[in-house]
Design a binder for this molecule. Structure first.
Ligand code: GLA
Length: 351
């Protein structure tokens, strides 16, 4: 009989892997207080996870919606939760093309700003946020998704079009100055299977390191799926990223947004019917993955694995890229552990 993950006597994901890495989840602030509507979810996060990312409410559109107005209410609540529970917190994210307000890019007359002004605005944004949480947020996804999907260069975002690579590098400089003790990450998706994209991110991080721009590691989002994620290719590409150890002392990986969609990326069919065969596949993919994570941790290369959501019911994949019931996580819609959890827990026991 599988456990409800919120029960006191249920096994705990973060305890299971405590000698390897922290296990975490993306959460939103509604879950951080326990009232009659959130009691189970609140108990679950406290029991299961020891590192957290704020799923949406720390993104620029919420925190810095207007040039002269910050709104730290949600972010402050998140940080208080980390202090109350003694858990590790990740800051996500300071520069991204998504969920970013337009004011960064235009002046009062609606004209595009110069690269100097954009860099100045960015510097102020990063310095204000990172200084406020100095010593409280241990890792920042400073920049998110700055490389083009086909690896042919930097993503043509508004940030890049106006400020070039310099705007991205400046984000790292300002973050490091504001909190020299924070780990600074460049976060992206698809690095496990996109050979060219992986080459491009390696080259960019190497360039930063050679210019003395402080960066500690790469965040592998790992939005995987049951059919298209090839574990051999994943290991090969992660192995290539790890050559950055030669350029950056103490280089680290963090798994930042893990989930395993049950649809191919472009699948537009009806809701999937869960079968034993899919269950087997799910168990097999997660087992291979966690075995690999444990190996990376044994080599001191990975200390943080964060799921993008606490359980299937709350996954973004139920609404994106289409409205489909999805089953990507180890905890199901009723907040019960799936069999896959017990299988990966056995791996940790055996070591
Ligand atoms: C990307 C972003 C996250 C989140 C997910 C989907 O991976 O980095 O912040 O928006 O997409 O929810």
């Amino acid at each position: 009989m599988n456990h409800y993950a919120y029960e006191n006597d249920a096994p705990s994901l973060c305890e299971t892997f405590s000698s390897y890495f922290r296990v975490g989840a993306a959460v939103n602030t509604w879950i951080l207080d326990s009232d009659k509507n959130t009691e189970k979810e609140n108990a679950l996060i406290k029991h299961q996870f020891n590192v957290f990312t704020l799923e949406n409410e720390s993104k620029p559109v919420y925190v810095h919606p207007e040039k002269d107005r910050y709104d730290f209410s949600k972010f402050d609540r998140f940080v208080r939760f980390g202090q109350e529970t003694g858990t590790k917190l990740r800051g996500h994210t300071l520069l991204w093309h998504g969920q970013c307000p337009d004011w960064f890019f235009y002046d009062d007359n609606g004209n595009e700003v110069s690269s100097e002004i954009l860099i100045e605005r960015l510097r102020e944004h990063v310095t204000t946020i990172v200084s406020r949480y100095k010593g409280k947020i241990s890792t920042w996804d400073v920049c998110n998704e700055v490389i083009k999907d086909d690896g042919s260069g930097m993503r043509e975002s508004k940030w890049y079009k106006i400020g070039g690579k310099e705007v991205i590098k400046e984000a790292y400089r300002a973050a490091h100055k504001a909190d020299p003790g924070a780990r600074l990450i460049l976060n992206d998706y698809g690095l496990e299977n996109g050979d060219k994209k992986t080459d491009a991110i390696i080259a960019f991080v190497r360039e930063m390191a050679s210019e003395g721009v402080h960066i500690d590691g790469i965040g592998l989002q790992m939005h995987l799926n049951l059919f298209e994620t090839d574990m051999d290719s994943l290991k090969k590409n992660v192995g290539r990223i790890l050559t950055l150890r030669d350029d950056i002392p103490g280089f680290r990986l963090e798994v930042t947004e893990l989930d395993m969609s049950c649809y191919r990326w472009n699948d537009k069919s009806e809701d999937i019917i869960w079968t034993d065969e899919l269950e087997e596949r799910f168990i097999c993919q997660y087992s291979t993955l966690f075995r690999y994570f444990m190996e990376l941790s044994e080599q001191d290369l990975l200390d943080t694995v964060v799921f993008w959501g606490i359980g299937d019911r709350y996954s973004w994949l139920n609404g994106f890229p289409r409205k489909h019931k999805n089953f990507p996580l180890l905890i199901d819609r009723d907040l019960k552990f799936k069999d896959a959890f017990y299988k990966i827990a056995e791996l940790a026991d055996r070591h």
